[in-house]
Structures are given as C-alpha cells and as structure tokens.
Write a protein that binds this ligand. Structure first.
Ligand code: FES
Length: 105
C-alpha cells in the first residue's frame, strides 16, 4: 500500500537523518519522520494483530484517525505510531496483544 516516493526511494545518507530501532533493527529515517514511517522503512506492513480475531493491521490513514498503526514506542504500548515523531534512539516494536488497562482508583 505505501511506497517511498521515487525521489526518496534511495536510502537516507549516513550523515543525514536519525536512527531508530524497529524490532531491534537499526533503521535510518529522515528527521521529522513518524514512528510509523520508520516501521514502514524497516519493511513492516503489519504493525499488530487484533486482540479478538488476530487479523493483521497496518497503517491506513497516517493522520491519526484509524488506529490501525498502534505500536509499542519506548516501552509504551498502544501508541498511534503515525502521530509520533521519531527521535534518535527511539525503540519501536509491533503491538502485541490487547492493552492491560489499570482500573481507576
Ligand atoms: S495510520 Fe491511522 S491512526 Fe495511524
């Protein structure tokens, strides 16, 4: 579904951009790219599975509407990865399972 624009198809030069870790693999992305863009650049198309049916989900809207891009970012699950700007050293992982929500006290 998503492809790099032709002028961006080549890898980000080593001196440009930032590096993040996606599922433990170092990926270089342009500064200002979203965490979802970093995951796409790393080759991931499915970011999570639905908790009920296990159906694969990946980014669809890239503007914060569909919630299909949920991922674990720096240890925090259920982040909308398309709405999070990648930072150097960020740890991005696929979302695993349903979120465990603590009841309000
Ligand atoms: S891709 Fe739709 S909310 Fe992130």
């Amino acid at each position: 579904m998503f492809r790099p624009r032709p002028e961006r198809a080549s890898a980000v030069p080593a001196q440009a951009g930032i590096t993040v870790a996606v599922e433990g693999r170092t990926v270089r992305v342009p500064a200002g790219a979203s965490a979802a863009a970093a995951m796409l650049a790393a080759g991931w198309r499915s970011f999570r599975e639905t908790p009920v049916s296990g159906a694969a989900r990946g980014p669809w809207c890239m503007i914060g509407l569909c919630f299909d891009c949920l991922a674990e970012i720096d240890g925090v699950p259920n982040r909308q990865s398309c709405m999070v700007t990648a930072r150097p050293g960020m740890q991005i992982r696929r979302q695993r399972g349903a979120r465990n929500i603590e009841p309000a006290r």
